[in-house]
Design a protein around this ligand. Structure first.
Ligand code: FAD
Length: 541
């Protein structure tokens, strides 16, 4: 495949991805343009964002009817940094003629559908102001050029055509990649194993693929976080709409490692962990061990937990199920809308899985997934076969590590293997680090592992993972390479910083910057900090 070198001169900034993180960066850049005395003096004039989706879309797989944001609308792309910004949520509401209605609604949390529309409106707005975006292209490699420039290679996802562009700075904001329990990931992708990231389209395809029979279905949902619980509720209504013959019921099992579905802590004092000042606090801690302790303490604000409203909805559905059972056993009366039985399977892990053909008695249709389940407390081993398995098992945020490790930039950052662990700039120097990490290792050996840096991830981590570190270990690899990151989200080269290109990370530095990293909470402030530094460095050149 030939690579097209675009005729473009070097870009000031190329951004990988055009999700909320990079839309916020684009918004902060536009603000700088507006502040400049004239267009000629405007900094960062040449910005390009490369996004693999064909158009702007925010988590389309989980835009379920009536699903709500877990955050105040005021924590939008800009307000905390710049309330006058043209891309605030309030500016969006005003432009859409819904400001008054939104106020009358009396809630700080928009629906996910409305927030997705806001983000896509903001993405359009910044493009109209001159920010360039290439949709439908995936960044596949970065490499070093002369004079501290970076070459960014991308591939058109439709035609396979490759492009090469040069930039002075790059901002990597790739978001998360769906994580599955290892026992299932060996079969993935498979139309019967569905991650919540593509829930709506994959569930539509799954239900459309079913033959017209009245046999009951058996479905498993793995996980007990927000996404898993929403998926259970949605599947319950879809299954209830599917007729079953002979008074039988569809079975919907929710399988998770903890004892129950736990509520998220969004009380005000806990919520302060998402304040911009908390990022300073976490980054300023003396060691990774201290940061991990803080992350563990506040885990229940975000990971493996469910909004109380969603928990109430699930409880209500299950209570209704009990009620109808009671009525049936007393009066023999059956209600038509009681076609699905939800069963919670707590303290359960997936030991292994295999794909099996359709069951001869029609109990399964098409390929089916046979799970071997391990009762964590009972020590029991059971087997169950499902028509489909849905996973609400979170995301990994380490795709950038593969990009860096496979690049000739790796050496400049001290990367010797694909396993990378971020460390904060102010942490101990390399020799001290070795001593500290030996100490940390002996302490970590005694600690209980918690969820890794992924949403909804706690419920189903089949193997223990280092908490909140971007540390992917590959077979045969030794200790991960430690890469330093600055408070301003810049990866710091080991030596020769003058000539190394500037690489920034957004949304992937939870281990050094804290829990708000993978969320929307501080997007505007974070983007402002990066853009300020880019402008300051540009002015010095
Ligand atoms: P993303 O939104 O994931 O965007 C990254 C973009 O990069 C994607 O568009 C992707 O296609 C693109 N990309 C990745 N790799 C490449 C590549 N190699 N080349 C080109 N493009 C690439 N957070 C909150 O604070 N509040 C909420 O209410 C909330 N709700 C959520 C609901 C769901 C269902 C999910 C999954 C997450 C939710 N989050 C929420 C967390 C979420 O991570 C943030 O809302 C936000 O999406 C983070 O923005 P981002 O730009 O870092 O990542």
């Amino acid at each position: 495949m030939s690579v097209q070198s675009t005729a473009d001169p070097a870009f000031d900034v190329i951004g990988l991805g055009f999700g909320p993180a990079n839309v916020a960066i684009a918004g902060a850049v536009i603000e700088k343009w507006k502040d400049a005395a004239s267009t000629d003096h405007a900094p960062l004039r040449r910005c390009l964002f490369i996004e693999k989706q064909r158009e702007f879309r925010w988590h389309p797989g989980m835009l379920l009817p009536n699903s709500r944001m877990q955050i105040s609308f005021l924590k939008d792309l800009a307000t905390l940094r710049s309330p006058q910004s043209p891309i605030t949520f309030l500016a969006y509401l005003h432009s859409q003629g819904r400001l008054v209605n939104f106020i009358n609604r009396g809630s700080f949390t928009p629906t996910r559908r409305e927030y997705a529309d806001y983000l896509s409106w903001a993405a359009e707005y910044v493009q109209k102001q001159g920010i360039r975006v290439r949709y439908g292209e995936e960044v596949i490699a970065i490499s070093r050029c002369e004079d501290g420039l970076v070459q960014v290679r991308s591939r058109d996802i439709g035609t396979g055509e490759e492009f090469s562009r040069i930039a002075r700075n790059i901002v990597l904001s790739p978001g998360g990649t769906p994580r599955l329990p290892p026992a299932l990931s060996i079969h993935w992708p498979h139309p019967r194993i569905i991650h919540s990231a593509s829930y709506i389209s994959s569930a539509n395809e799954f239900f459309a693929s079913l033959p017209r029979t009245t046999e009951p279905l058996r479905i498993a949902v793995i996980g007990a976080g927000q996404s898993a619980t929403e998926v259970v509720l949605d599947l319950h209504s879809r299954l209830n709409a599917l007729h079953v013959s002979g008074g039988r019921q569809h079975e919907l099992d929710m399988i998770f490692r903890r004892g129950s579905v736990k509520p998220s802590d969004d009380t005000p004092f806990s919520n302060e962990i998402f304040d911009p000042a908390s990022t300073d606090f976490v980054f300023g801690l003396p060691s990774q061990r201290d940061r991990q302790a803080v992350l563990r303490e506040y885990n229940a604000t975000n990971y493996s937990v469910v909004n109380v409203r969603t928990i109430d909805s699930l409880y209500e559905v299950m209570y209704h199920q009990n009620l109808l059972d009671g009525i049936k056993s007393r009066t023999g009366e059956e209600e038509d809308n009681n076609r699905t039985r939800i069963t919670l399977c707590p303290h359960t892990a997936i030991y292994s899985s295999e794909m099996v053909p359709a069951h001869p008695d029609g109990a399964t249709r098409g390929d089916a997934v046979r799970l071997t389940l391990h009762g964590l407390l009972s020590r029991s081993v059971t087997h169950r076969t499902y028509d489909a398995v849905f996973c609400g098992t979170g995301y990994d945020r380490d795709s950038w590590t593969r990009l860096l490790a496979s690049s000739d930039l790796a050496e400049a950052y001290g990367v010797k293997s694909s396993a990378i662990e971020l460390v904060a700039e102010g942490d101990a120097a390399p020799c001290e680090r070795e001593i500290l990490s030996a100490l940390e290792g002996s302490i970590a050996g005694r600690a209980t592992p918690t969820g890794s840096g992924s949403s909804d991830g706690f419920s189903t981590p089949p193997t223990p993972v280092t908490p909140h570190s971007h540390h992917t270990k590959f077979p045969g690899e030794g200790a991960p390479s430690k890469v330093r990151v600055s408070r301003t989200y810049r990866l710091l080269p080991e030596h020769d910083s003058k000539h190394a290109p500037r690489v920034y990370l957004q949304g992937c530095t939870q281990s050094t910057h804290g829990l708000s990293e993978s969320l929307l909470s501080i997007l505007g402030v974070r983007a402002g900090m990066v853009v300020d530094e880019l402008c300051a460095d540009g002015a010095r050149q």
